[in-house]
Structures are given as structure tokens and as C-alpha cells.
Design a protein around this ligand. Structure first.
Ligand SMILES: Cc1cc2nc3c(=O)[nH]c(=O)nc-3n(C[C@H](O)[C@H](O)[C@H](O)COP(=O)(O)OP(=O)(O)OC[C@H]3O[C@@H](n4cnc5c(N)ncnc54)[C@H](O)[C@@H]3O)c2cc1C
Length: 373
């Protein structure tokens, strides 16, 4: 099938976050692409610790108005929230900020709507000014606190604890984890590495502490633990991994017991012949890891095959352990943890001059106009 023929077909993408943008950027030469997003910016879920500790640096690479992505020039962006999907008529109902509903027809639909995660990711409709205001308030809650408690020893908790304590060595930063070591699901070597790094940086680690209260915002508060102990901090950051998929707009039959989209290894949605899913919302594997690991290339390839009347023939194969960067770039560079437990260190120069501007912005995102900062 020629490009002209596929151009007559419409792909609608719900969610223009980390994965929706990558997919849209690669499909727009072949299809008529419409991206629906509750945010007019790509507000990345990556590097939450840097976002709290060094907002101006984070904004430069991780908060990008969608109009600045060069490869999205041909993509129609609708600042709206998907409310319903009609599979029979192949139509999505979206509601914009004035509360008007519009119906959008599709030939293929990509679900990339992500999950809510702690205070830093949600599916609310927000303007650019509201996004900026929220980011500044969160960063101020860290700057103005003397004592900070971070609950949860996953990558978000570790990233918050290490980055905040490094940015503000005068503050008391406590990390409460339920296991003995942080970073369950990572290779043992990575877990030990961060136990040492956190301790050397002056983070107080409280292992075997499982909290029983939860407030999603980074607020002053008392934390109660299952042991009966409690602790009061000027700012409490909840990183307990209680992710909620953004899938209310989909029929229940497409969802697993936890509400994530049932997704095949071709990234097609189980039970439909025109839906694909990717990223945190896609139940591809227990870690729902398709936002990482180059899965967008598989989705783009398979959707093009399907549009040409051929069966998808590329398969997503998730790694056994989680890998990658955990705390983002530090003064001495970026440490990448591999699936095998090995680490690779990239110097700060390589990260600032090559990795982020060239590899990420130019090659992976295919060009971004006027970075912030
Ligand atoms: C190096 C690295 C570091 C990372 N660090 C972190 C970290 O520190 N913290 C963390 O939490 N994750 C982290 N991650 C994970 C990463 O942020 C997520 O895996 C990624 O953001 C998921 O992308 P996504 O496209 O699935 O969802 P998202 O990027 O969350 O995008 C979903 C988009 O859909 C929109 N949306 C939701 N519902 C609707 C709807 N109904 N209609 C229209 N739009 C909707 C949302 O507003 C959002 O814009 C990291 C990943 C990497 C690779």
C-alpha cells in the first residue's frame, strides 16, 4: 500500500506523553494523525527527583510544548480529554476545557494515556500556565521544607531522596522503605549501589517501614507506620507506586483486573482489530515496561503493516529486570544500570552536549524548536 493510500487513513492517539509523542512523530508521514491530550505540553514522567530538586534544568528537557516538536507539524493536536470510545463506529468522544464534546473518527486508535502516579502525573485537563504553576508549587514545597520524608523505595523514591539531598545538603531527608534494600525489581547490584549512594549522601534510610496513610500531594504531614510508629515532616513525598491507569474511556472488556489495557506482544489490544496500546497503560508484562525499550518502533511498524492489510510481525520482548537511569544526570555524570547488573557511566559533558540535545532531542524526538531555559 502506498503512502498516499495510508494517508487517507486516520490514526488517533489518546495521550501525548512520553510514548504518544514518539509514535505520532513517526506515523505522521504515513497517516492522517490526530493526537488528543489533556496537556498542551509533553510533561514527562521521567526524572521526578530532578523535577523537584532542579526545576529549571528539568523544564529544559522534560516539559516541552507539543508545538515545539518539529515532527509533530503535520499532527493535529486536540487539547481535550477522551471520554468514550465507540468501537463499532470507530469513534472517540472528547471533551475540551469549555466542556463541549466532539466526536473524532479513526481507522486505528493508539492508547497511550499513561497512569496517575503520586502527585506528579494525572489525567486532568491543564493549560500551559497551570502546568507551570503546579511545577513551581511542588518545587517550592521542597525548597521551603527543613525536614522531608519520602515514602517508598522504588525508582521514584530513590530519585527524590538522592536528588533533593544533593541539591539541599542542609535538609534532613528520610527515606522509608518496606524492604531491606531499595529498588525491588532491579538487579541486586543496582540495589546495593543505591543503598551505598544514598547513605553516603546523607539520606537517612529506614528499612522495614511500611506506611499506612497516603496523601498524594507533597504536603506537611504525619506519617503512620504499620508498626505503630509515626513521623512528622515539613514535606512528605509519597512514592508508593500506587499507579492508576487512565482507561475510564474504554469498554471494560478491553481491560485487565487492574484496569490496564490487555495488550499482545504485537502491541495490539486483545479483543480488537484496530486498537494498539503502549506505555504505562499497556499490560504487556508485569512491569508494564513498553514506555522504555524502544517499543514505539514496534508499534509504528505493526500499525503500518495492518494498514496495508498484512499481519503484524514485530514482537515486544520485555527485559527480565528493570534497567536504565534511576536518578538522572548528576554532577559526575549519568549512571545506567543494565539488565545484567553491570553499570555504565556517561560523563556530564556527554549527557549535556551529546545525549540530551543530540540523541534524545534530535534523533529520538526528531528535532525540538527553542528548548527552554
Ligand atoms: C530514564 C527514565 C526515567 C524515568 N523516571 C521516572 C520518574 O522519575 N518517575 C516516574 O513516575 N516515572 C519515571 N519513568 C517512567 C516514565 O515516566 C513513564 O514510563 C512514561 O512517562 C510513560 O509514558 P506514557 O506515554 O505511557 O505516559 P505519560 O507520559 O504519563 O503520558 C500520558 C499522557 O496522556 C494524557 N492523558 C491521560 N488520560 C487522557 C485522556 N483520557 N485523554 C487525553 N489524554 C489523556 C496525560 O495527561 C499524559 O499527557 C522514567 C522512565 C525513563 C525511561
Amino acid at each position: 500500500m502506498s503512502r498516499r493510500q495510508t494517508k487517507a487513513q486516520t490514526v488517533v492517539i489518546i495521550g501525548m506523553g512520553d510514548t504518544g509523542v514518539l509514535v505520532a512523530a513517526r506515523l505522521s508521514r504515513h497517516f492522517n494523525v490526530i493526537g488528543i491530550s489533556t496537556k498542551p505540553n509533553l510533561v514527562s514522567g521521567q526524572e521526578v527527583g530532578k523535577r523537584l530538586a532542579d526545576l529549571s534544568w528539568w523544564n529544559r528537557y522534560y516539559n516541552t510544548p507539543l508545538r515545539r516538536f518539529k515532527a509533530l507539524v503535520g499532527v493535529e493536536i486536540r487539547h481535550a480529554k477522551a471520554e468514550r470510545v465507540d468501537l463499532v463506529n470507530k469513534r472517540v468522544a472528547v471533551v475540551d476545557k469549555s466542556n463541549s464534546e466532539t466526536l473524532i473518527d479513526f481507522d486505528f486508535l493508539v492508547i497511550a494515556s499513561g497512569t496517575s502516579n503520586g502527585f506528579w502525573r494525572d489525567d486532568n485537563l491543564r493549560s500551559e500556565a497551570q502546568i507551570d504553576g503546579r511545577l513551581k508549587r511542588d518545587a517550592a514545597a521542597i525548597r521551603d521544607a527543613n525536614t522531608l520524608a519520602i515514602i517508598g523505595g522504588g525508582p521514584c523514591g530513590v530519585s527524590c531522596a538522592l536528588n533533593i539531598r544533593r541539591a539541599y545538603p542542609e535538609k534532613i531527608v528520610s527515606l522509608y522503605i518496606s524492604a531491606d534494600l531499595p529498588l525491588r525489581g532491579y538487579h541486586e547490584e543496582a540495589r546495593k549501589y543505591y543503598q551505598r549512594e544514598l547513605t553516603a549522601t546523607g539520606v537517612k534510610i529506614f528499612s522495614g517501614h511500611r506506611a499506612v496513610t497516603e496523601d498524594p500531594k507533597p504536603n506537611k504531614g504525619t506519617i503512620l507506620f504499620e508498626s505503630g510508629q509515626s513521623y512528622v515532616a515539613d514535606t512528605v513525598i509519597w512514592c508508593v507506586g500506587n499507579r492508576k491507569p487512565h482507561t475510564k474511556f474504554l469498554p471494560n472488556g478491553l481491560l485487565d483486573d487492574e484496569g490496564f489495557v490487555k495488550t499482545k506482544n504485537t502491541l495490539e489490544v486483545v479483543g480488537s482489530d484496530c486498537l494498539f496500546a503502549i506505555g504505562d497503560v499497556a499490560s504487556t508484562d508485569p512491569a508494564r515496561s513498553s514506555a522504555r525499550n524502544w517499543a514505539y518502533g514496534i508499534l509504528v511498524h505493526n500499525i503500518k503493516r495492518k494498514a496495508a492489510g498484512k499481519p503484524p510481525n514485530k514482537y515486544y520482548n520485555p527485559p527480565a529486570n528493570r534497567w536504565g537511569s534511576i536518578v538522572g544526570p548528576q554532577d559526575d555524570g549519568l549512571t545506567l544500570h543494565q539488565d545484567s547488573g553491570k553499570t555504565t557511566r556517561l560523563s556530564r559533558w556527554v549527557v549535556d552536549k551529546l545525549l540530551l540535545p543530540t540523541v534524545v532531542q534530535r534523533v529520538i524526538y526528531r528535532g525540538v524548536d527553542r528548548l527552554r531555559g
